[in-house]
Write a protein that binds this ligand. Structure first.
Ligand SMILES: Cc1cc2nc3c(=O)[nH]c(=O)nc-3n(C[C@H](O)[C@H](O)[C@H](O)COP(=O)(O)OP(=O)(O)OC[C@H]3O[C@@H](n4cnc5c(N)ncnc54)[C@H](O)[C@@H]3O)c2cc1C
Length: 400
């Protein structure tokens, strides 16, 4: 029997259930606590690439992921009259749309369905205190219940509060200066199978993408030096979003009206997590909580899936959790560092301030061979089939 058998995971999104999938296969006894009362299904397209696809294949879920494709046929840059200035079809070079493009909620659902029989899920629960010693980690929950575990892994996202309980303020949250809101809105006649990108003055971008649920996914991003917006309440954030949308043109009215109605607005200051260590005694973290690379890289989900797979495999191979953590970090950290290095000019290049800047983005986006577009293409680089950022050599663990 494995010495670290009883594992608590915090967070039921991508990293947590993937880790639970593998740990339960290796014979661990796994519980996941999720702060929300149910699975959080919001968000837009996530893509799973390279080693992430390989792990999904080993989990037997790759076909389900491909079948849940959003149906997006590519990306169009449009002007305020919705005139197409440039188009990047999904099968072309430098495509924004990847083959394994899936709505976040659909992926969360697939992972949940493949783990719910082997893993205990507890919703509406989160950790409020941790006290670890040589043999166990004692955890207190928001309902004041206490429980002892062999290991605790935080997989509760970029804003993880469990991370602070484990490491204090040691990990650095590096704000990129970009805010992004994602939300689901009703489909209307003008929506097509193309994703449409509109660049407005004042460093603002709107994006509307098709989905496979009869709705569409809206995103609105803007640059701001004010790092405190992310600390405001959801209501105050909606107010700021509406102010920022004001005067942007194109589908401004629709996106503003829908923000008010929507109950699935996911809004965040786009930040990277840099942590000098990922483990402390019997506790640790994976996924966005540990090494969020930002959606600008298109690699957050791949990192979460690959990290979960590797950590579970190392824990299954080592009797001492300390040895497993060292082996995991040795393999994972170089990959994380490669993914986290954002190309120069991101995110500012795609969010011009002036009318002139907007005209430049739209005009030059039409000239596919130009070097400027290649720089814009850097934004989408990680989705490009030719790039190598998603490369990590997965050790072949034949233990399952
Ligand atoms: C609602 C939502 C919408 C998103 N939309 C997008 C998107 O449109 N585009 C994009 O690129 N990325 C999006 N993301 C982020 C994306 O899912 C991650 O970047 C990536 O998939 C890595 O996943 P993760 O499991 O590490 O973290 P996350 O996906 O962030 O999941 C963290 C999970 O932990 C839960 N949680 C948080 N705090 C606690 C706590 N204290 N105790 C227990 N549970 C807790 C959260 O409710 C969530 O279920 C979204 C995340 C969420 C939660």
């Amino acid at each position: 029997m494995h010495v670290n058998k009883k594992v608590l995971i915090s967070g039921a999104s991508i990293a947590g259930p993937t880790l639970a999938f593998w740990l339960s296969k290796y014979g661990f006894d796994v519980t996941i606590v999720e702060r929300s009362k149910s699975l959080r299904m919001g968000g837009q397209n996530l893509d799973i690439r390279g080693a992430g696809r390989a792990v999904a294949r080993m989990m037997g879920i790759e076909k389900e992921i491909l079948a849940a494709n959003t149906g997006e046929i590519g990306l169009q840059f449009v002007d305020s009259d919705n005139k197409v200035k440039a188009a990047f079809p999904s099968d072309g070079a430098g495509s924004f749309t990847s083959e394994a493009e899936i709505l976040r909620g659909d992926l969360v659902n697939i992972l949940y369905n493949h783990t719910k029989n082997d893993v205990e899920y507890v919703f509406g629960k989160h950790i409020t205190a941790i006290n670890q010693h040589d043999n166990k980690v004692n955890v207190t929950f928001n309902d004041d219940n206490k429980e002892a575990y062999d290991l605790l892994i935080a997989a509760d996202g970029v804003r993880s509060t469990t991370r602070a309980l484990i490491f204090g303020d040691e990990p650095k949250v590096k704000f990129t200066g970009l805010y992004n809101a994602w939300y689901t809105i009703p489909k209307i006649e003008t929506d097509t199978q193309w994703a449409r990108w509109y660049t407005a003055t004042g460093s603002r971008v709107m994006l509307i993408r098709p989905d496979n649920h009869g709705t569409v996914r809206a995103s609105f991003s803007f640059l701001s030096d004010d790092a405190d917006i992310q600390k405001l309440s959801a209501g105050e954030q909606k107010k700021i979003l509406k102010e920022k949308l004001s005067g942007a043109g194109w589908e401004e009215k629709r996106l503003t009206d829908e923000i008010e109605k929507s109950d699935d607005v996911y809004f965040d200051g786009i930040s990277q997590i840099h942590a000098p260590r990922w483990f402390n005694g019997r506790t640790g973290m994976i996924g966005d909580a540990a090494y969020c690379p930002t959606p600008l890289t298109g690699m957050g989900t791949t990192l979460a899936i690959v990290g979960a797979y590797l950590l579970a495999a190392e824990l299954s191979r080592h009797n001492k959790h300390e040895d497993a953590f060292i082996a995991y970090e040795k393999c994972m950290r170089p990959f994380v560092e490669k993914v986290q290095s954002l190309p120069p000019g991101v995110p500012w290049l795609a969010h011009p301030k002036s009318k002139f800047g907007v005209a430049v983005v739209n005009t030059v986006a039409g000239i596919l061979a130009s070097s400027f577009v290649k720089r814009i293409g850097k934004l989408f680089e990680s989705k490009n089939k030719d790039v190598t950022k998603d490369e990590i050599e997965l050790p072949d663990f034949k233990t399952v």
